[in-house]
Write a protein that binds this ligand. Structure first.
Ligand SMILES: Cc1cc2nc3c(=O)[nH]c(=O)nc-3n(C[C@H](O)[C@H](O)[C@H](O)COP(=O)(O)OP(=O)(O)OC[C@H]3O[C@@H](n4cnc5c(N)ncnc54)[C@H](O)[C@@H]3O)c2cc1C
Ligand code: FES
Ligand code: FES
Length: 497
């Protein structure tokens, strides 16, 4: 097996705005937010929740796009660790001000629409608006809501900020990361990293390795079987900021080039474990509109720009959003330890609450998602208290094929109903081979109550969970038998936004 790269380096290389930085002796667990505020005294970026929820800490990360320019994305600085900046460009609200001292159009629009009152949320909103502006602006209310869903404001009622988003979209201005500068930064970033060896920080406070290939990753995990794999950090970041854990060593997979692709082959998608939700979204939306819509509702744009589908599976959460949908689609995952790979059905990966079929040193390499066969209808429903940026109470995913009024294929998977994401096999058996009518629907609903004994927690009571799960079967029935009836808050076309 390929050995870990012998060449390593111990400095984090990135651009802070347009300034090249090389940092040594940084605690690998220091968050970008703490570095900005405590080390750099750049206090424009705020701390609200320190858990990725409020958006006050929103910054933009730029990465070479492989085509000679840069790609920019918002993330929550409060849950990103400093070494993950390696090879990237960090932009904060301080970088928006043009050299002539005027305001950037998104800032000017916020002033003109009274989009700022107490001001605490403002820098975060400005960064999300700036991202929208970089992407060409938006007039559509749904798209603006989507871009701002990860930013909370308790003062303005959001109306003026949405107005600012519309207003700024129409204004042209000199871009602080104008095209010419972008290609220069992309070239310099690539030169800083290429051939420079793997980032390996070995400090008394903790170790951090950032392999650049899956062979290096596999070898490192064999050498450090107790290491914590870090992908987007949207779970792991909170272990540090909320649980005050020390993690040692950390092996970061965000720089593993061959885990960052989505490939289509033989009627299935193969999604590398390092692929973020944002990068998997379009492809998953093409597999089934409802999977795309589900992904669009995961966390916020900042969370989707960092979090991965692989992390959503590997964390084993009973309320992760993608596993039930992927189980209903018949997804499989590739697990790898050293040079040995095995493929398991996703539903078999989840053994019981907190326990997955993953050995020490083994990692999720990819996820294989088959396209639904001809005639199969796929539906997924997320139930949460808020539409955006909320944790699921119950999630149902169904793949159903009806032929001549009979159910000939049916896979049903749920989240939030048991200690793991799970298929509802009694419910499936109650329907397969039966006429698809109200009597078989009732039988399937009754069978569901034998599949699961859900628990009560702060999100939902066990009675609510069961009732809503049964009602989602009714929704499936309506959508497959009377599609003219409106059943959705947001149209299916949103899946592709
Ligand atoms: C504000 C906020 C909102 C959220 N909203 C949602 C939501 O709506 N729906 C939802 O489902 N989740 C949500 N989450 C949870 C989280 O975003 C997801 O679970 C996400 O998919 C985790 O992926 P990650 O790449 O960030 O994983 P990380 O945090 O990097 O890792 C998560 C776990 O998986 C392990 N791991 C990661 N990759 C691998 C791998 N390749 N092999 C082996 N182990 C691995 C890590 O060691 C860790 O144990 C939210 C989180 C936050 C902070
Ligand atoms: S401080 Fe709230 S999202 Fe980062
Ligand atoms: S202006 Fe006060 S929180 Fe938004």
């Amino acid at each position: 097996m390929t050995k870990p790269a012998l060449d390593t380096r111990d400095d984090i290389r990135f651009f802070f705005g347009n300034e090249e930085r090389r940092l040594r002796d940084i605690d690998p667990q220091m968050t970008v937010l703490n570095w900005l505020r405590l080390n750099e005294r750049k206090t424009g970026t705020k701390e609200g929740c320190a858990e990725g929820d409020c958006g006050a800490c929103t910054v933009i990360l730029g990465e070479p796009d492989g085509m000679g320019s840069m790609r920019y994305r918002t993330v929550n600085a409060c849950i990103q660790f400093m070494p993950t900046l390696d090879g990237k460009q960090l932009l904060t609200v301080e970088h928006l001000k043009p050299d002539d001292g005027s305001l950037h159009p998104v800032q000017q629009a916020m002033v003109e629409t009274h989009g700022s009152q107490c001001g605490f949320c403002t820098p975060g909103f400005v960064m999300s608006l700036y991202q929208l502006w970089l992407d060409g602006g938006e007039d559509d209310r749904g798209a603006i809501n989507d871009a701002l869903a990860g930013n909370l404001c308790r003062c303005t009622g959001y109306g003026p900020i949405i107005e600012a988003a519309r207003k700024a979209g129409g204004i042209s201005a000199t871009d602080p990361v104008e095209q010419k500068r972008r290609s220069d930064i992309a070239t310099r970033l690539t030169a800083m990293i290429e051939g420079a060896g793997m980032l390996a920080l070995e400090m008394p406070v903790g170790r951090y390795f950032a392999p650049r290939s899956s062979d290096e990753l596999a070898a490192l995990l064999v050498a450090h079987p107790d290491a914590t794999v870090l992908a987007g950090g949207t779970d792991v970041g909170l272990w540090v900021t909320k649980m005050l854990k020390r993690i040692d060593p950390i092996i970061y997979i965000g720089d593993v080039a061959d885990l960052k692709s989505v490939r289509e082959k033989g009627g299935a998608l193969t999604i590398g474990a390092g692929v973020t939700y944002s990068d998997a979204h379009a492809a998953l939306g093409m597999i089934a509109g409802d999977v795309g819509e589900l992904v669009r509702r995961i966390g916020s744009r900042q969370i989707r720009n960092a979090g991965t589908v692989g992390g959503n599976i590997a964390n084993g959460s009973p309320i992760g959003d993608t596993p039930p949908a992927l189980i209903a689609l018949g997804a499989r995952i590739v697990l790898r330890v050293g040079d040995i790979r095995r493929e398991v059905a996703l539903e078999d990966f989840f053994i019981t609450y907190g326990k997955q079929d993953r050995a020490k040193g083994e990692f999720v390499e990819s996820i294989i998602v088959p396209k639904p066969a001809a005639g199969v209808q796929f539906k997924a429903y997320k139930i949460s208290k808020r539409f955006d940026q909320d944790i699921t109470a119950v999630l149902a995913a169904f793949a159903i094929r009806i032929d001549g009024g009979k159910v000939v294929e049916f896979r049903a998977a749920f989240g939030g109903m048991a200690g793991t994401p799970m298929r509802a096999k009694k419910c499936e058996a109650a329907l397969i081979g039966k006429d698809w009518n109200e009597a078989s629907l009732s039988a399937a609903q009754l069978a569901l109550s034998r599949d699961f004994a859900p628990m009560s927690d702060m999100r939902a009571s066990k009675e609510y969970r069961m009732l809503v799960a049964q009602n989602l079967l009714t929704k499936l029935f309506i959508e497959t038998t009377a599609p003219e009836i409106a059943t959705r808050l947001v149209g299916r076309e949103a899946a592709y936004v």
